[in-house]
Design a binder for this molecule. Structure first.
Ligand SMILES: Cc1cc2nc3c(=O)[nH]c(=O)nc-3n(C[C@H](O)[C@H](O)[C@H](O)COP(=O)(O)OP(=O)(O)OC[C@H]3O[C@@H](n4cnc5c(N)ncnc54)[C@H](O)[C@@H]3O)c2cc1C
Ligand SMILES: NC(=O)C1=CN([C@@H]2O[C@H](COP(=O)(O)OP(=O)(O)OC[C@H]3O[C@@H](n4cnc5c(N)ncnc54)[C@H](OP(=O)(O)O)[C@@H]3O)[C@@H](O)[C@H]2O)C=CC1
Ligand SMILES: C=C(O[C@H]1[C@H](O)[C@@H](CO)O[C@H](OP(=O)(O)OP(=O)(O)OC[C@H]2O[C@@H](n3ccc(=O)[nH]c3=O)[C@H](O)[C@@H]2O)[C@@H]1NC(C)=O)C(=O)O
Length: 302
């Protein structure tokens, strides 16, 4: 560990912190410390960091805005790379947009809509980063990242850099190639939007935001949908029909507003959230024989 810190500090790759609580970097405001928390300041510095990490056989994980994560109370072994500042470059070449992995998806969608470019309105209100959204194939309101992505610049675990096309990213419902098949870090992405009517685009942005504010606990600490929709069912509806809305374990509560959201009511722990997730799974299975699969990613020491 000391050797890794020494090397990274000498290379000036960006900020390196020890035992940084992930609660400070997740929208749930939950999560124990990462052994090493690294904020690389450029693409080149991500490459250098990964080289050092691999040479030292250290486990690693990349995060964006922590909006789809449940980090265990025990924290994360090894290194966590957070992509944000330094990876927030943005080039707007007409309807073709190049954005760094650390760009906020909401702020991107707001900026693009104001220019009268259509295609990103679905992202109005998804509080992730460009990198996390590409990895997750984030989506809402009938669209997702696969609809607009032209290419993603990826650093694979073996050090290979490649620009992957939409097809090569193998997107489907909330998944991409990078999830299970071939781990890698999204460094930046190129999106292809279309010319549109600015007033209509801004109106769609506002409608999508309003829908969220009306149906989701938008301003409480949470991680978006806890479960994938077990189609043709909707997770939220199953939870509601099971009578679980508002149910709490410790500081974790099933939102009274939306059955597929768990909110941290104050001092919630990852153990509380995990116990609540298990309770929902068991109850829904007992009542409806439907297996619920988590959409939020649960990571960290067991
Ligand atoms: C209030 C609220 C509403 C939400 N609504 C939606 C919604 O409508 N639709 C939707 O799809 N999601 C929604 N989410 C979930 C979340 O915002 C998305 O999944 C988002 O894409 C996650 O991005 P992130 O940067 O926060 O990723 P993180 O949570 O930091 O990470 C999620 C996963 O992505 C990986 N990852 C992060 N950055 C990179 C990178 N650069 N390269 C490779 N892998 C990376 C991480 O390793 C992790 O596996 C919502 C969340 C909240 C809190
Ligand atoms: N429930 C949760 O756990 C979390 C919810 N959020 C919500 O998600 C939104 C995005 O957060 P974040 O990723 O940090 O984004 P940013 O901080 O990059 O941008 C959010 C800002 O953009 C403004 N905005 C303008 N138009 C829209 C729009 N159509 N949709 C959403 N925001 C818009 C927001 O204003 P305004 O505040 O007036 O909406 C806010 O000032 C926030 O508004 C926040 O309330 C964020 C993190 C966690
Ligand atoms: C928030 C996320 O994405 C969201 C995305 O914002 C919205 C809007 O497009 O559509 C999905 O939610 P969702 O399927 O719950 O959408 P909603 O429109 O809220 O609900 C679907 C149906 O379930 C019903 N419903 C929902 C919640 C509830 O407590 N009770 C209930 O009966 C609704 O009335 C509606 O008939 C995505 N979730 C998944 C797992 O696909 C996320 O992925 O984190």
């Amino acid at each position: 560990m000391d050797n890794v810190i020494k090397q990274l500090t000498e290379m000036k790759i960006g900020k390196v912190l020890e035992q940084e609580p992930l609660a400070n970097h997740t929208t749930m405001k939950i999560g124990g410390p990462a052994d090493l928390f690294i904020m690389p300041s450029s693409i080149e510095n991500i490459e250098k960091t990964m080289q050092v990490i691999k040479e030292n056989g250290m486990p690693w994980r990349v995060i964006g805005r922590g909006s789809n994560l449940l980090v265990s109370d025990g924290g994360i072994e090894g290194a966590v790379l957070k992509l944000g500042r330094g990876l927030d470059h943005l080039e707007i070449n007409g309807t073709e947009i190049k954005a760094g992995a650390g760009v906020s998806l909401v702020s991107l969608s707001v900026q693009i809509s104001k220019k009268g470019y259509a295609g990103l309105e679905f992202a109005s209100g998804i509080p992730g980063s460009v990198g996390g959204a590409v990895y997750m194939n984030a989506g809402a309101h009938g669209s997702d990242m696969s609809e607009i992505l032209k290419q993603a610049h990826v650093l694979f675990e073996d050090g290979t850099l490649a620009w992957l096309s939409k097809e090569e990213m193998e997107f489907s419902y909330r998944t991409s190639l990078l999830q299970k098949k071939r781990p890698g870090i999204v460094l930046e992405a190129i999106f292809q939007l279309t010319e549109g009517d600015k007033t209509e685009i801004v109106e769609r942005m506002q409608n999508n935001k309003n829908y969220r504010k009306d149906t989701q606990p938008y301003n409480l600490p949470c991680a978006g949908s806890i479960f994938r929709n077990p189609l043709p069912h909707h997770a939220g509806k199953l939870v509601e029909n099971a009578g679980l809305k508002g149910h709490s374990i410790g500081g974790a509560q099933i939102s009274p507003m939306h059955g597929n959201f768990i909110v941290n009511t104050g001092n919630g722990s990852a153990a509380d959230v995990q116990a609540l997730i298990q309770h929902v799974k068991d109850t829904v299975y007992d009542k409806f024989e439907v297996e619920m699969e988590t959409e939020v990613e649960i990571i960290g020491r067991k």
